[in-house]
Design a protein. Structure first.
Length: 58
């Protein structure tokens, strides 16, 4: 599933950013497999994400 999200707040470089769909549990938002996006996007930015129910982050 591809989701387009408008970033509502700045992420955090220490604990990352998470996303939840329909109370299925929080999943980390990552790029390049396991790198946290942190504060790499400005508030109001739009990003397209691919939902992966088994995603983890380091």
């Amino acid at each position: 599933m591809v989701v387009d999200v408008k970033i509502p707040v700045v992420g955090n470089d220490k604990y990352g950013t998470v996303f939840q769909i329909n109370s299925l549990g929080f999943k980390p938002v990552v790029y390049n497999k396991n790198s946290m996006i942190g504060s790499g996007y400005e508030v109001g930015s739009h990003i397209s994400m691919v939902y992966n129910a088994t995603q983890t982050a380091i």
